[in-house]
Design a protein around this ligand. Structure first.
Ligand code: RB5
Length: 150
């Protein structure tokens, strides 16, 4: 995963998995930009989703990982940001499809729903997944069009 840069963020419910994945991905040569949270103290997941979502929507960096207890709240919040296609994935197949078909630019994970080894595998799969374009492009373009209604 040479020259890959990603944003990462979590609330308190995802803090330990964030710290683990940050180290795991850094060890593989991924540049990981940490948008917090930085302790177990309670924080609100929309605030972290906003920080990572705005960075990814601006293309700096182009992709991110968000984690909360279930991954649900933080994915709902991230998907409110124009240009974000956040996918909550609890299995490897969904992680791959979210890249190949949906061009997801944020992966959402749940610390309380996933084992660490499974989360690593999902993250690896998602980071290596490549958007397949073709028939999927007109569909992602239609998602982008929905942003204009807001
Ligand atoms: C925090 O307790 C928890 O609600 C949050 O991490 C997340 O699971 C929300 O969807």
């Amino acid at each position: 995963m040479r020259e890959m840069k990603i944003a990462i963020g979590s609330d308190h419910g995802g803090f330990h998995l964030k710290e683990h994945l940050k180290q795991y991905l850094t060890n593989q040569g991924v540049e990981v930009l940490d948008f917090g949270t930085f302790s177990e103290e309670s924080v609100d997941y929309p605030d972290i989703a906003e920080k990572v979502g705005r960075a990814v929507a601006a293309g700096e960096p182009q992709r991110g990982i968000l984690i909360c207890g279930t991954g649900i709240g933080i994915s709902i919040a991230a998907n409110k940001i124009r240009g974000i296609r956040a996918a909550l994935c609890a299995d490897v197949f969904s992680a791959l499809m979210s890249r190949e078909h949906n061009d997801a630019n944020i992966l959402c994970l749940g610390e309380r729903t996933l084992g660490v080894g499974h989360a690593e595998m999902i993250a690896d799969t998602w980071l290596h997944g490549v958007f397949q374009g073709g028939r999927h492009t007109k569909r992602t373009a239609k998602i982008t069009n929905l942003d204009k209604d807001r």
